[in-house]
Design a protein around this ligand. Structure first.
Ligand SMILES: Nc1ncnc2c1ncn2[C@@H]1O[C@H](COP(=O)(O)OP(=O)(O)OP(=O)(O)O)[C@@H](O)[C@H]1O
Length: 303
């Protein structure tokens, strides 16, 4: 295994009865990557993720998390990762705080970490409400806070945007971007919402009928940048002086996506943004256009 990978999955095979649902599945995940896992219904996403969480066992193949083989050094491997698979298991009669404290106590997590996560997931104002009264998004945030208690290097999320309204989706996206930044975590998440994957992922892994498919990560003419800035509204105005406004999309409270055909015009816009004393907190190049990739990979094989 390369030292540089947080996760390595190699030649995973899994049968249900006589039916082979994973066929030589191999991939890796690098530090600080957000990877989208896509594929039609029944392709094998959940089965792969459940194997990675040691909830089910592959018939053959290896999975290393943080350098530890999940079968040979289970506890060490699992201590490097956290997962939200299906809905988080919460005690509905207990408050958010009681839920998180219970697990924190079992795992001997210091109080400071608990408070940090309550704040990070934006639950501070509702933390004394019973979990049964939480909305879907709040339950998920609490589940995420609990999953992150032990400072994992790697997070697995199975369809995290399911059941969330648009605000919940934006909140989750901001939380996950911040998580990668602040906690230097890598994330693998599955989703059917291509738009969401595009906004969140740096890379995608495609699976179809139990097999990983070679994925074109870059498609010509589809380069875009994600900009995280201190002032989204004025940044958008400045960009619109040189770039068509249908190529600029506000993603959240502090980020925008810009489709770039002309690098020079984009560089000039960046200079102007800095001249106006707007802080560019982060900028990264995305070479994904998920819909085109999905179409190229799966053709007419729609879900
Ligand atoms: N417990 C099980 N017993 C038998 N077959 C199963 C079981 N769980 C999953 N399968 C089958 O394995 C295949 C892969 O399922 P899996 O849930 O991994 O797909 P998926 O890509 O996560 O799909 P979806 O997008 O619908 O969640 C499917 O054909 C499914 O019917």
């Amino acid at each position: 295994m390369s030292e540089n990978y947080v996760v390595t999955v190699e030649n995973l095979n899994k049968y249900y009865g006589k039916r082979q649902v994973l066929k030589d599945v191999s991939f890796h995940i690098c530090p600080n990557e957000i990877v989208g896992f896509i594929g039609p219904n029944g392709a094998g996403k959940s089965t792969t993720m459940k194997c990675m969480c040691n909830l089910i066992f592959p018939d053959s193949g290896t999975i290393c998390i943080g350098g530890y083989d999940i079968l040979k050094e289970r506890d060490k491997a699992l201590s490097c990762q956290a997962a939200l698979i299906e809905s988080p298991g919460l005690y509905m009669d207990m408050t958010g705080k009681e839920n998180i404290n219970l697990i924190a106590k079992m795992r001997k997590v210091p109080k400071e970490r608990v408070n940090e996560l309550i704040e990070f997931t934006g639950l501070d104002k509702k933390i004394n409400l019973k979990a049964g009264k939480y909305s879907m998004g709040m339950k998920q945030r609490l589940g995420l806070a609990i999953a992150l208690l032990s400072k994992p290097q790697f997070l697995i999320l199975d369809e995290p945007t399911n059941g969330l309204d648009p605000t919940g989706i934006i909140d989750l996206r901001n939380t996950l971007h911040n998580l990668v930044k602040e906690e230097k975590i890598s994330i693998l998440f599955s989703s059917h919402q291509l738009g969401e994957i595009e906004k969140l992922a740096n890379r995608i892994i495609c699976i179809n009928n139990g097999r990983i498919i070679d994925t074109p990560q870059a498609l010509d003419g589809n380069m875009h940048y994600i900009l995280q800035v201190s002032d989204v509204i004025n940044t958008k105005k400045i960009l619109e002086q040189r770039i068509a406004n249908d190529k600029i999309e506000v993603l959240g409270t502090d980020s925008l996506k810009v489709m770039v055909d002309d690098q020079e015009l984009f560089s000039e816009s960046l200079k102007e943004i800095l001249n106006q004393d707007i802080k560019i907190l982060d900028i990264y190049k995305m070479e994904l256009d998920i819909e085109s990739i999905y179409q190229e990979v799966y053709g007419d094989h729609h879900e």
